[in-house]
Design a protein around this ligand. Structure first.
Ligand SMILES: Cc1ncc(COP(=O)(O)O)c(C=O)c1O
Length: 405
């Protein structure tokens, strides 16, 4: 039985006050809070079990290496993917850049195309702009409809003879839209085109089964998954793993270095140069175990109920506009108050009431431009949020309306 109060008790920060009010943390889309088990794992990692990994023959190095390497299996279970296809990194931004530099840059010629949706995060846009600027690669954009839904067939139809990659988000960080990435993968693969999926938001809120989705690349980021910042991973399919070139060179990713050449390590270590985020990665493993113990189905059910409650309450505010009306969206709400102050002013008033939201363009400027909005406030929910907190948000928004409306 999912018990949100029991979950809340696991997160020490949730019992603090902000501006004299109980904290209502609704900025999970930016980064999530950490349960005590993760905080303990990080503390223990540094206080009792710290050494560099893969390099020593001494006790602590072996201990840290075993704990660090075990996380590959944890991520594999979390995503239902083989652990040998999991590459550790510092988060989604690094994962997508690795694909851009190590897989796409050596393969794509001027005029080759990459298909993106308009609702990508900048992390899944800017690396492709690098290829556009440096190599003449063409970015093809696929729009979302008025509800914020992305038609998988529109993505598949955008694939032409020069398309070399499709790169789409699994869940929009602005609209909450969940994309049918399985259909996109099937359609793209039928045309011989690989698919990269940005799983930064989706993996936090719903079960992800990569054996079912059948993508080529799937990026996740630890700090949104209730784990430490600076942790993350990317799944790379066996076929792409054999094609991708190392993006960074240094220690750990080599087997032999001579004056006249280098032999690289096997994958996935070939793609993990230098001293990694050792304790961060160990903490990520603990966070994923924590989520799996709650159950991803239970997390999704709780958050879908929160979404429905929040949607009803926000829809009751006639002077507020919610961007993104997809029926199957996650519990992420971007909104503006009609005729009122800037999103930054709204978020400042909410903050005075202890409510933390994000305001701005959410690292998704092409989407904001296509929606014709300069900036929005975003309330994004997580496993520990409650309907009572939705009510606090609504009361604070009523206050904003009184002040600015
Ligand atoms: C959809 C999406 N993609 C990518 C990222 C980038 O993740 P990170 O900054 O952890 O690399 C984010 C973070 O906000 C995101 O929401």
């Amino acid at each position: 039985m999912f018990d949100v109060q029991k979950v809340r008790a696991d997160f020490p920060i949730l019992s603090r006050e902000v501006n004299g009010k109980p904290l209502v943390y609704l900025d999970n889309g930016a980064s999530a809070q950490k349960p005590q088990v993760v905080i303990d794992a990080v503390t223990k990692g540094y206080a009792e079990e710290y050494a560099n990994v893969h390099r020593g023959l001494h006790y602590l190095s072996n201990l840290a290496t075993d704990k660090y390497e075990a996380v590959r299996g944890t991520i594999g279970r979390f995503l239902n993917a083989p652990e040998d296809n999991i590459i550790f990194n510092s988060g989604t931004t690094e994962g997508i850049n690795m694909v851009a530099y190590g897989w796409a840059a050596p393969r794509l010629q001027a005029g080759d195309e990459i298909v993106l949706s308009i609702m990508e995060h900048h992390a899944n846009i800017v690396p492709w702009h690098f290829l556009r600027e440096r190599q003449g690669v063409v970015i093809k954009w696929v729009d979302v409809d008025a509800n914020g839904d992305l038609d998988p067939q529109a993505v598949i139809d955008a694939i032409g003879p020069k398309t070399k990659l499709v790169a789409v988000t699994h869940m929009s960080n602005v609209l909450g839209t969940v994309v049918d990435v399985k259909a996109i993968c099937a359609g793209a693969h039928a045309k011989g085109v690989p698919v990269l999926i940005d799983g930064s938001q989706s993996a936090v809120h719903m079960p992800v089964d990569l054996s079912d989705i059948d993508c080529d690349f799937y990026a996740i980021t630890g700090h949104k998954l209730y784990g430490p910042s600076g942790s993350g991973a990317i799944y790379v399919s066996p076929e792409r793993m054999s094609e991708i070139q190392p993006f960074m060179g240094g220690g750990d990713m080599i087997r032999d270095v001579r004056r006249d050449g280098v032999d690289y390590n096997d994958a996935p270590m070939r793609f993990e140069a230098g001293t990694p985020g050792i304790v961060q990665t160990i903490g990520l493993g603990v966070a994923l175990d924590y989520m799996m113990a709650i159950g991803m189905e239970n997390i999704a059910a709780h958050e879908n109920a929160l979404r429905d409650y929040a949607r009803d309450r926000l829809d009751g505010l006639s002077w507020l506009s919610v961007q993104g009306r997809s029926a199957t969206k996650g519990a992420i709400f971007s909104f503006t108050i009609d005729g009122a102050a800037h999103a930054h002013d709204i978020s400042t008033v909410l903050d005075k009431k202890g409510v933390a939201v994000r305001a701005g363009t959410h690292c998704a400027m092409p989407l904001m431009e296509s929606m014709g909005v300069g900036a929005t406030c975003r309330a994004s929910f997580g496993v520990y949020n409650t309907t009572d907190e939705v009510d606090v948000l609504i009361d604070a928004l009523e206050l904003c309306h009184d002040l600015f409306g």
